[in-house]
Write a protein that binds this ligand. Sequence first.
Ligand code: SF4
Length: 701
Amino acid sequence: GHRAAAPATEIASVCPYCGVGCQVGFRVRDGAIEEVVGRDGPSNQGRLCVKGRFGFDYLAHPDRLTRPLVRISPKDPADCLDPRLARTKFREADWEEALALAAGGLARIRDRSGPNALAGFGSAKGSNEEAYLFQKLVRTGFGTNNIDHCTRLCHAASVAALLEGIGSGAVTAPFMAAAEAEVIVVIGARPTENHPVAATFLKEAAARGAALVTLDPRGSALDRHAQEVVRFAPGRDVPMLNAMLHTVIEEGLYDRQYVAAHTEDFAALREHVAALTPEAMAPLCGVPAEQLRRVARLFARARTAMILWGMGISQSTHGTDNTRCLIALALLCGQVGRPGTGLHPLRGQNNVQGASDAGLIPMMFPDYRHTDDDAARAHLEDLWGARLDPTPGLTVVEIMQAMERGEIAGMYIMGENPAMSDPDVAHARAALTKLEHLVVQDLFLTETAALADVVLPASAWPEKDGTVTNTNRQVQMGRAALPLPEGVRQDLDIIVEMANRLGLPWDYAHPREVFPEMAAATPSLANITWDRLEREGSVTYPCHSPDRPGEAIVFGDRFPTASGRARFVTAGLRDPDEMPDERYPLVLTTGRQLEHWHTGSMTRRAGMLDALEPEPTASLAPAELARRGLAPGQRLRLETRRGAIELAARADPALPEGLVFVPFAYREAAANLLTNPQLDPFGKIPEFKYCAVRVEAVPTR
Ligand code: SF4
């Protein structure tokens, strides 16, 4: 018979993967997670996707680092490709020695070359408290604003346009507001893959009768639930959206009262789109004029409508312009600030909202206060007891460029992987190799850690307490379900130890001791306390009273701008930065898959997820494959002006001809060897969604 099993203990926490922020229960038995279950959180109501439910055994993967590592042989960019080779270039060290070396190297560079020879990348996968302390360490211990994180590579363009247009970079409504929307627009986003539980709320809304409109160059599973499916030409968002703005204004469908009461610069928008008719724009964007008009009318006539978007909008040299058009559409029709309306950039990582709020941004302190805002600086100098530099720091990509020029000599990178995620990884790997001193804190010997001087083994999310903030502005409590593996330390403790060795007298022993200070630096967290989160699990900011759940929908009366009004900003027509030509005749776009997360460091070490999607693939339309004499499963070579990779062909009828899709989670065929690093001038985000590529069969020997 079966042995009677000891009951599992269930620890209430949050999923470590995407920005949906599903509340999970980690069921633990004998010191290991046995199962993950969905709890009744506000953003998931018991649901989980495949990553949240099955993607936890990376924790105990044999690759997991449990001892600090110190470099013994020279760095080589090729080490990124071969973790076993990379490992031979380090020896194990105890914590005392490793921390002394890690912090000592940074202090040496600071004292010799000045604060701006250093930089830090914080993590959007840790807690708010860790992100807050990390940026404080860089700003007060290093003495520079060279601090950024992966938000630069995902929603920087959205945030730039939102701050400029409505005075706030966060969502105006949670995705659950779709339940009350008559029309739901999903553009440049694939929530069924990247925000799967959010997608279930959208499908439910469609089943209830809401008109779902999906707009994307690639088809997706959400199209089956849509009333209108708009397949537009890659990189042509701006002409398409301008044609819709034209229709709404020209046909008098806009909300005159709302525009008069809550916006400015309408006249400039009207003039800008006057000639951008659907007929004129149709050939550019590849959408029939009639459909452009139909969708514009549908949106404008709805009593309630919301717009959700993702990387398809933002990862572009015109990402800020794309977002400006979406904001203009919502404002024109008065679709902000009421139930069932709103602007919602779907945030990627579990804590990218919180990491941005906490100040992992080079031009902004916590709560989006500019580094050159004298009042903000005085407040923080008082709170932190340190002098702060008013000069904005460098962004992720600018830091890599400064590294190449030798201007940045030392870096501290926590839980980020620029040797995979940088838009030009060949350059990034060469630049990281040139660094005089690199400290990397991570769970595994990632592609970036392979180039470090000191590697500090990190704690995993289910091993730590801390708060995280999801795409809906819900601040939620995460709790440790497992003890740390022997030899590993809490990330928070490591940051404090590094700070101590850089001359800061910190003694935070637990995130609960950090939270009140973080809240004091972040007025948006008013009325949210650690104890309250312990009790309630989730509170939305802004929150106007200790007894209220927080404001899910914001900007009903006024916008947080100087005038209280939102602003229309026009977007001109520009080509993508690198157009196809004879040598590189196709368009390459990159993104994620349901099963894999970002650079794959966790999900590719999660048994079930890796079994579902074990190898890199390049997807093309069946007709495109046929035209080139290629077959699914065949090995392909993809080449751009920057590099080449080899991977298997996959036929995907959801792709239009002329477009190739490659997921970016695979070390052995890194998509970012191919992508175009050209930046959007405003959000400084690279053009991951568009570059020219050549596709050939790999000759069989
Ligand atoms: Fe985790 Fe996102 Fe999946 Fe929810 S939808 S279980 S937060 S990965």
